[in-house]
Design a protein around this ligand. Structure first.
Ligand code: PLP
Length: 625
């Protein structure tokens, strides 16, 4: 059985082979090569890169760009839509040079462009794109320098749209355009009343902090008329949020925007471009529903609903169909990265053996727990739950007040755990498991310690409870028997994955395999290509992981197209402003002082300083000997 639902969220890019390894098929549904992640890990380690590793499979990114563009193209033909589709990739979703480079490269065939929301992103976009037939959309608050850079790019032949986000921007844009004697293509970002469900719903709606209200729009039109520049108003843009789970919100947004588009045409603006922003969601939990981690539509439905909504509204008024632009980022890059890490240790839910004889205490606590343990059955399961939880609280209270010893408390704890396990076993055959028993079963799990930092590599899992598919990448022919949660190696109790995507509702634990001696156990967190890399932080000074990009060839071989060393300890210390020269000389002085005061012998100095030097140059994560 597909215990981890890989057939659902894997979008045909990820599946399990006959050996029980997760394999990647970058061409998705088309018959094409598959490679085993375990094989890749072995090769990555042989090349000297320790886990954790962020693996990018660059042709998946290419496949997603192709899928989006080809789907729009075929829907456009099917609906006899008169405009074309031209997508842009928002650099903010993954700014890494190699990713933007791959977008530019794979997107060239479709003139897929880039969206920039800051000066840095604009410079990155201008330097990476190269293709003058693709668009660059400038969103975000723009100062003079931002606008000037964009205008210079127009002078160099790029097709740039300057999207006005706040009313004040228009005066600066007019002034700079006149100064450079360049006619800019202007867009307006509007606040729609449509508000999508989902975690990012506040990006849209009338209360959103971004975009122009209707009166702002009128003000901007009047300013452009005054300056005889209405000819430059060509684009309407909105963004109602990332990861929109419900197709009806996508349709409602497009229809509302078209009404405004129609008004702008009536005002005399040439228009021609409608930019619907992002929102195309990823089915992280594989449920294909409107849950926050999923979406209740396919790519075909997404494209069809947009094309159909636009033509329905505009055809009524004989308004020519605009070029459709979308700013999908998440759906383009999420699938292409997998975080791979090894398990370092397990704290198993294995209560210690019960003593042959229960020691006598001044109260009946241990006897009562023992009785509960021996009596538990299907019939009294609810009563057992109530009693066990009651005695557990009692044990804590008695210990607090000095009425039981640490040894007696340990026996009580162990008895409670034995009862929990019995409840779980008995429930397995019960058609209806009482709610309290269900809650108790959720407490029976091991803690698997993974060699990664949640804060660095999966910040959305920590910050907004984003669900990301997580599973072992090998041993899938064996039955996983241990319910577990996964802890990272930061010493922060928030650093754990304890919600796992499932079709019905998130699960609180995941089934994993018991560790084997002398064999590493590797897990993967999938679909992590969007937003995670730069949102991650240096909590506990765990730095960037090693990053490896592969390109899978048609014959099933693959090349390592990029290998980027993760941060060293020295790197992360410098990020938090340590002067490494000073750190080294302080360590030297400390060693001298320790010799002087007799803590260490003179000959130990060299070994100790060498160990610190190696530590500074080493990886921030757990390294094998
Ligand atoms: N465009 C704008 C203006 C955005 O703010 C965002 C992200 O929220 C996107 C595009 C990317 O959207 P998505 O994550 O749905 O691909």
């Amino acid at each position: 059985a597909d215990l981890y639902n890989i057939d659902k969220w894997g979008a045909e890019y990820f599946s399990i082979d006959a050996k029980g390894d997760v394999v990647v098929s970058p061409k998705g549904s088309e018959a094409g090569p598959s490679i085993s992640l375990l094989e890749v890990i072995k090769e990555v380690e042989a090349r000297g890169h320790s886990m954790p590793v962020l693996l990018r499979i660059e042709n998946i990114l290419g496949s997603q760009i192709r899928l989006l563009n080809e789907t729009f193209r075929s829907v456009i033909t099917q609906y006899d839509y008169k405009g074309e589709y031209k997508g842009v990739f928002p650099v903010k979703v993954n700014q890494q040079e190699h990713v933007v480079e791959a977008v530019a490269e794979f997107g060239a065939e479709f003139n897929h462009g880039l969206e920039a929301g800051s000066k840095s992103e604009l410079i990155a976009a201008i330097s990476m794109l190269g293709n003058r037939d693709a668009f660059i959309i400038c969103n975000g608050y723009k100062d003079e320098e931002f606008i000037d850079l964009g205008l210079y790019a127009v002078r160099m032949g790029y097709q740039i749209f300057f999207v006005v986000e706040v009313p004040g921007e228009i005066d600066l844009l007019i002034e700079r355009a006149k100064y450079h004697d360049v006619m800019p293509s202007i867009g307006l970002r509007i606040k729609l009343a449509t508000q999508a469900e989902g975690k990012w719903s506040e990006s849209g709606g009338e209360s959103s902090v971004f975009g122009l209200t209707m009166s702002h729009v009128v003000e901007v039109i009047d300013r452009l008329l005054e300056e005889e520049m209405l000819d430059s108003l060509k684009l309407l843009h909105y963004h109602i949020g990332s990861q929109i789970p419900d197709i009806s919100d996508i349709r409602a947004g497009a229809m509302e925007a078209c009404r405004l588009y129609e008004e702008l045409v009536k005002e005399g603006a040439p228009m021609g471009y409608l930019d619907l922003g992002g929102g195309l969601a990823v089915d992280y939990d594989g449920s294909n529903t409107n849950s926050q981690s999923s979406r209740n539509y396919t790519m075909v439905e997404y494209c069809s609903d947009i094309v159909e909504s636009i033509s329905t509204v505009l055809d009524k008024h004989d308004i020519p169909h605009p070029t459709i632009i979308t700013e999908s980022g998440r759906a383009i890059v999420a699938y292409s990265s997998v975080l791979l890490f090894n398990i370092l240790d397990v704290s198993a839910f294995e209560p210690s053996e019960l003593p042959k004889r229960i020691p006598e205490t001044q109260n009946d606590l241990l006897e009562n727990l023992m009785l509960t343990y021996t009596m538990v059955s299907e019939k009294n399961i609810q009563e057992t739950c109530n009693d066990t939880l009651f005695y557990r609280t009692q044990a804590r209270q008695l210990f607090k007040h000095g009425q039981i010893s640490i040894r007696q408390r340990a026996i009580a704890e162990s008895l409670v755990q034995h009862i929990f396990i019995k409840i779980r076993e008995i429930s397995k055959t019960m058609p209806h498991i009482p709610r309290d028993a269900q809650e108790i079963i959720k407490l029976v799990y091991d803690i698997y310690y993974g060699n990664f930092s949640l804060f660095q590599s999966l910040p959305d899992v920590w910050a907004i409870d984003q669900l990301m598919p997580t599973m072992p990448i090998h041993r899938l022919g064996e039955e996983p028997t241990r319910p577990a949660i996964i802890s990272d190696i930061t010493c922060d109790c928030d650093g754990k994955i304890d919600k796992f995507p499932d079709i019905a509702q998130p699960k609180k634990s995941i089934l994993l395999h018991p560790l084997k001696e002398d064999e590493e156990y590797y897990l993967g967190v999938f679909l992590v290509g969007a937003y995670q890399e730069t949102l991650g932080d240096l909590h506990n000074l765990f730095g960037d992981t090693n990053v490896v990009s592969i390109h899978v060839n048609d014959d099933g071989s693959y090349n390592f197209s990029k290998e980027i060393e993760g941060d060293s300890v020295e790197d992360v210390l410098s990020y938090v402003e340590y002067d490494l020269k000073a750190v080294r000389s302080r360590l030297k002085a400390l060693a001298e002082d320790s010799i002087k005061k007799g803590y260490i012998k003179p000959r130990e100095r060299k070994t100790i300083l060498r160990a610190f030097e190696e530590g500074l140059r080493g990886y921030t994560y757990f390294e094998k000997e």
